[in-house]
Ligand binder design. Structure first.
Ligand code: NAD
Length: 510
């Protein structure tokens, strides 16, 4: 490139990225679904939506593909996921950049999200040789009892805008090695990254050679297209990531047709800062967890309980960090807080701050930052809200960078308030006191699916099971034994004797 060349417009850069990533032009031009970049608020694509008839056909193809894929040995299925990991490595820079332009993440987070996809592929390749069942003790002589794990069927994936690519991979990498086919309905706010991932996956399929056609499907559109996936009886398992409101609609429908649900819903995550906390480390951990991704992670730190004895040492420093953090275009060096996804997110934030003021809270920050992009780009100063009590908008998730701070004097109170919200995703305690740490991690402590000590609630690794309790939905994805949700378990009893002893000593002589 010559030095005199002007920098690319955002829309041109998006187009070039899509081309390099292998997305056909017809998929992102001339369609009904308008895609705006939150970075500038400008329209960058018009994506072709999937019709209900096409969605049903895609599910049908995935159903047929499943019948072939379930017969492929699991380590061979792992080979497809290994190739997917290779293709993702090759595409990491471009896909990470597209995440930045479509979802507004700063570059290190855009690249980090793709790294997470690569990590789960590596994990799943190993898993493809470790889909273990148990051998069980039987009460009958010359019998053997064991359990085997079988593929389940088409795995539906519905995902949210804020992790536009990683969530698909957490599900798809596991589902594929488990012998399932996958049909994905990404957020209507981020279809471009989904198209790119689909193109990358098609390259892995082509290199693999004989993967059945239709193994990986993509449905683009609004929630009505997601509903097709929810309602289709050929989809025995659906992993749905998004708001608790979405889970309330989707969960009962899946239950009514006895489909398996992995629900990954909203969070209202908290941390407790105790008298012994290392305050320098705590400050840095809070800053990333609460302001990173502009407060738009399901695991974002939203509530902070600070002990009386350290409140004045910590909170004014935190307010200073909030006042100084660089908010702006994520493409610019030094930016730590990028844009909100859209106007609705901005309005939701302002509403919560207004309610906070009405109940007498002290609000630092929270105002709109003008002058970046068009009128449809929404940048805000992150808000620190000092509350008099644990009440009001703090009790619900507002998907924006608001951190509510509450003083406490007894750990009992802090833990009680910590657990007194609907969601139960992620949580932390900052302490150097082993009794406090262990208590927080015990059955009488945090009621969340994720509980940490001396790190913030956000930024999980794929090796652990990811998910939360209560209104977060109870689902688990990624590491540990989350794979079991994507398979069905059969208990087998084999009699290698000539007798026919019945269990529990029952006799039935004919
Ligand atoms: P959202 O609920 O608006 O949408 C999520 C997805 O669900 C989209 O693809 C949408 O089209 C689809 N959808 C919505 N209603 C549906 C219905 N009735 N039937 C079928 N599909 C439907 O969420 P969002 O604004 O994109 O994302 C933010 C929310 O997601 C936050 O609440 C956040 O905490 C949550 N989230 C949770 C996790 C987790 O792992 N627990 C991860 C990321 C985001």
């Amino acid at each position: 490139m010559s030095e005199a060349q002007a920098p690319l417009s955002l829309a041109t850069e998006v187009e070039q990225l899509l081309q390099r990533l292998g997305v056909p032009r017809g998929a992102h031009t001339g369609g009904e679904l308008t895609v705006r970049s939150p970075v500038t608020g400008e329209v960058v694509a018009q994506v072709r939506q999937t019709s209900a008839t096409e969605a049903a056909a895609t599910i049908g193809h995935a159903h047929e593909a499943f019948k072939a894929w379930r017969g492929v040995p699991a380590p061979r299925r792992g080979e497809l996921v290994r190739l997917l990991g290779e293709e993702l490595r090759a595409a990491k820079a471009d896909l990470g950049r597209l995440v930045t332009l479509e979802a507004g993440k700063i570059p290190t987070e855009g690249a980090g999200e793709v790294q997470e996809m690569i990590d789960i592929c590596d994990f799943a390749v190993g898993l493809s040789r470790q889909l273990y069942g148990l051998t069980l003790a039987t009460e009958r002589a010359e019998h053997r009892m064991m359990e085997t794990w079988h593929p389940l069927g088409v795995c539906g994936v519905i995902s949210a805008f804020n992790f536009p690519v990683a969530v698909w991979s957490w599900n798809a990498a596991l589902a594929l090695v488990c012998g399932d086919s996958v049909v994905w309905k990404p957020s209507e706010k981020t279809p471009l990254t989904a198209l790119a991932v689909h193109a990358i996956a098609q390259r892995a399929m082509a290199r693999f050679g004989d993967a059945p056609e239709g193994l990986l499907g993509l449905l683009l559109g609004q929630r009505d297209i997601g509903e097709v996936l929810v309602d289709d009886h050929r989809v025995p398992i659906l992993s749905a990531t998004g708001s608790t409101a979405m889970g309330r609609q989707v969960g009962p429908k899946l239950a009514a047709r006895f489909a398996r649900a992995i629900l990954e819903l909203g969070g209202n995550n908290a941390a407790i800062v105790t008298p012994s906390a290392d305050l320098d480390l705590t400050l840095r951990a809070i800053a990333f967890s609460a302001m990173g991704t502009a407060g738009q992670r399901c695991t974002t730190l939203r509530r902070l309980f600070v002990h009386d004895s350290v409140y004045d040492a910590l909170v004014p420093k935190l307010a200073k960090v909030y006042g100084n953090v660089q908010v702006g275009d994520p493409r610019e060096a030094g930016t730590l807080v990028g844009p909100l996804i859209d106007r609705a997110a901005f309005d939701g934030m302002q509403k919560a701050l207004g309610e906070s003021r009405e109940i007498g809270a002290t609000v630092h920050g929270g105002q709109r930052v003008e002058g970046i992009g068009t009128k449809d780009a929404f940048y805000v100063r992150p808000a620190l809200v000092e509350l008099k009590s644990h009440d009001g908008p703090v009790l619900r998730e507002t998907f924006a960078p608001i951190l509510y701070v509450v003083r406490y004097s007894s750990l009992d109170d802090a833990i009680e308030w910590h657990n007194a919200v609907g969601a139960g995703l992620s949580s932390s305690i900052f302490t150097l006191n082993v009794r406090e740490a262990e208590r927080f991690l015990s059955s009488a402590g945090s009621d969340c699916g994720i509980a940490n000590v001396n790190i913030g609630p956000s930024g999980a690794e794929i090796g652990g099971a990811f998910g939360g309790e209560k209104e977060t939905g109870g689902g688990r994805e990624a590491g540990s034994d989350s794979w079991k949700a994507y398979m069905r378990r059969a208990t087998n009893t084999i009699n290698y004797s000539t007798a026919l002893p019945l269990a529990q000593g029952v006799t039935f002589d004919i």
